[in-house]
Design a protein around this ligand. Structure first.
Ligand code: NAG
Ligand code: NAG
Ligand code: NAG
Length: 471
């Protein structure tokens, strides 16, 4: 036990040294980030936050190794074959990314010329070599990412405003999160402590840290009138087989906690943003529930009840850029809320590395716009440096007037579904601009995506599929 802990602490400090070295490298290699004008009428009245998720760092990533290696994960020194060589910053294929690419994203965020109020880190720290996962391996990556976020953002106004959530890959074995909180302490306690510096900067931070360490969910007041609620989506992950060990319809009592937390927020006249890892609803490709049916139902009821104080929800996990619109439970027709799914920082599997900036109104806390940033790995590997650029923003990129649930529902059913040019834009953005595996307008994959984005409940999804995309 003690030996193990020592090893974890020692390898943790080696990782920290590595992070510091990478920052030194980046500061000497990267030129200043290009300034991109945020186009909005009310930007002086706007607040901003960043959403960075799914880095899936691979410490075994090796430049020059084989990309098409015939194994489940490639781009490692040990990968067989030599037809395509892995580039320095990442390669399109069954590969994750080196730490340097993540540090470059954080450096871009840190030096971006506007004052963000916080960074939401969505989870999934480590590479897709799922069979290698064990508590020591996964915890090392948890501490590596916490240290990378801390040092990579240090010097910014928001350096102590990092809001973490846990991903399904952060658990060992993958996806498995026992319902007895003490059994997750191996991860949540040390990782929570690694973020203590950040929790401490929120007025309710100490209570939030305790809640994170115990249950993986928590709430913090971001600024007067604006609250973040971070959920632990392991309690609704259908691949978390510990959920089979209970008949409880609300594992971890998360929905009850959310209900109480939102009631208190409403009483205090606050607006709320909900943050998590796995999005609610149904997969945009497989028609399977991405979150459990019981959670989708409970969450739909809560979103409907508190729609006047919820400004939006942000998730990751799928690595793709898409949406989920909540509808009223009785008829599945009235939009009540929107979950935005932010594409991943890793390129796994064949999309551009990306992250997001969210703009909100500093008086009403309603979302004003969402900007997606991407990097072209082919270009980065040729140039010897990563250039992050804005791919698109929701308002101008889709010609919207606002980001209300009704407008986003209209985007899905009145623009993307019937209009080929609009669908084509979405289909390319789904993979963060990488033109492979694009779902074409006349293919069955389109209907599944439309219906999974326009519904969280299976009942509404089913009606949508059977009526060929009507809602
Ligand atoms: C690639 O691998 C093959 C078979 O192992 C070998 O014959 C060939 O010389 C290698 N090519 C390069 C460029 O390393
Ligand atoms: C939320 O709380 C209200 C009472 O305040 C209750 O009627 C409702 O059933 C609760 N919902 C859930 C999902 O716990
Ligand atoms: C990425 O960069 C490469 C090299 O500059 C270029 O050929 C390719 O078209 C770019 N891809 C995209 C999607 O912009």
């Amino acid at each position: 036990m003690i030996n193990n802990m020592n090893r974890i602490v020692i390898s943790g400090s080696i990782y920290l040294l590595l992070v510091i070295f990478m920052i030194f490298l980046l500061e000497n290699v990267q030129s200043a980030s290009p300034i991109i004008k945020i186009n909005s009428g009310s930007s002086s009245n706007s607040g901003f936050f960043w959403h960075v998720t799914d880095p899936h760092l691979d410490s075994d990533y090796s430049q020059g190794s084989s990309v098409e290696c015939g194994e489940l994960i490639c781009c490692r020194k040990s990968s067989p074959g030599n037809s395509t060589k892995a580039g320095r910053f990442g390669s399109y294929g069954p590969c994750d990314i080196p730490l340097e690419t993540f540090m470059s994203a954080l450096d871009f965020i840190k030096t971006y010329p506007l004052e963000a109020s916080f960074v939401f880190y969505g989870g999934d720290n480590l590479a897709h070599d799922d069979w290698n996962y064990n508590q020591e391996y996964n915890l090392n990556y948890g501490l590596l990412v916490a240290n990378a976020l801390r040092s990579g953002l240090s010097g910014s106004k928001f350096q102590n405003r990092i809001i973490p959530s846990m991903g399904n890959h952060d658990m060992a074995p993958i996806n498995l999160t026992p319902l007895d909180p003490s059994k997750n302490a191996w991860y949540l306690h040390p990782v929570g402590d690694a973020f203590q510096f950040s929790f401490n900067s929120f007025p309710d931070g100490p209570a939030a840290l305790n809640s994170f360490k115990e249950m993986g969910y928590y709430t913090v007041l971001l600024e007067p009138g604006f609250r973040a609620v971070v959920i632990n989506t392991q309690f609704c992950n259908p691949l978390n087989f510990w959920l089979l060990s209970t008949t409880d319809k609300d594992p971890g009592q998360q929905l009850a906690w959310l209900n109480t937390t939102l009631a208190a927020a409403q009483a205090a006249n606050e607006k709320v943003v909900i943050l998590g890892h796995i999005p609610p609803g149904i997969s945009t490709s497989s028609s399977l529930e991405e979150s459990t049916g019981e959670f989708n139902l409970g969450m739909s009821k809560i979103v409907e009840r508190y729609s006047s104080i919820l400004v939006g929800q942000f998730y990751g996990h799928t690595h793709n850029d898409h949406l989920k619109v909540f509808k009223d439970v009785a008829t599945s027709t009235k939009p009540t809320g929107v979950a935005y799914v932010t594409p991943a920082v890793t390129q796994w599997e064949e999309h551009n590395p990306s992250f997001r900036l969210v703009q909100y109104n500093k008086q009403t806390f309603q979302l004003e716009n969402i900007f997606t940033f991407v990097a072209n790995l082919t270009k980065a590997n040729l140039d010897g440096k990563i250039t992050w650029s804005m791919e698109y923003d929701f308002i101008n990129g889709y010609g919207l007037t606002d980001l209300s649930p009704a407008s986003i529902n209209g985007l899905i059913f009145n623009q993307l579904n019937p209009v080929k040019e609009q669908w084509d834009k979405f289909a390319l953005r789904f993979g963060a601009g990488y033109p492979k595996n694009v779902c074409h307008f006349d293919k069955p994959c389109k209907l599944k995506k439309i219906c999974a984005m326009g519904n969280v409940l299976y009942s509404g999804y089913d009606i949508c599929i059977k009526s060929n995309g009507k809602q």
